[in-house]
Ligand binder design. Sequence first.
Ligand SMILES: NC(=O)c1ccc[n+]([C@@H]2O[C@H](COP(=O)([O-])OP(=O)(O)OC[C@H]3O[C@@H](n4cnc5c(N)ncnc54)[C@H](O)[C@@H]3O)[C@@H](O)[C@H]2O)c1
Length: 160
Amino acid sequence: MGRAICRQLAERGHRISVLDIDGDAASAVAAEITGSGGTARAGVVDVSDRAAIETASTTCAPPRTRRDHGDECGHRGFTEFLDITPRHGPLMAVNLTGTFHCLQAAVPDMIEAGWGRIVTISSSSAQSGTRRMSHYVASKGGVIAFTKALALDLARHASR
Ligand SMILES: NC(=O)c1ccc[n+]([C@@H]2O[C@H](COP(=O)([O-])OP(=O)(O)OC[C@H]3O[C@@H](n4cnc5c(N)ncnc54)[C@H](O)[C@@H]3O)[C@@H](O)[C@H]2O)c1
């Protein structure tokens, strides 16, 4: 989904930073975009690692993207509720805390630029509930609630 979104945005003329924990995958997507005449860079980041996000935000995106150019993760696994163990913890760290960290790193630059758009990726399962995915559904429901709260917090910065 991230690849498709990047390609669509590139086709509409946007300059793209492709960030992924899998550097080869990120590079491949960036290469596809540049090969099609677009502008893209690739970077490696684990969205559950706040320090890595801070580094990426200064070396790759979004501030460097904006200055240089002029301006999901997803973990899924079907597991019965009582079989969910702390080893499933990274799912919350990636889907929910990772979204929180990435936006805390990105929003200051949007405020400085006076412009920004945020698209978070949740899941329809957060509306309906899905069997054997209570941990995933909890993380994605958190993304929806977080996005609504963030919209209220950031509304005062919206000028256009
Ligand atoms: N595919 C679906 O049917 C579906 C449905 C509802 C919601 N979603 C959500 O959409 C998003 C994308 O789903 P997808 O199907 O394209 O997944 P995918 O597995 O194809 O892609 C996920 C990408 O995230 C990267 N990634 C994983 N952990 C990471 C981390 N810690 N830091 C940085 N990158 C990391 C992976 O390397 C991979 O490139 C996810 O948030 C998923 O929950 C997907």
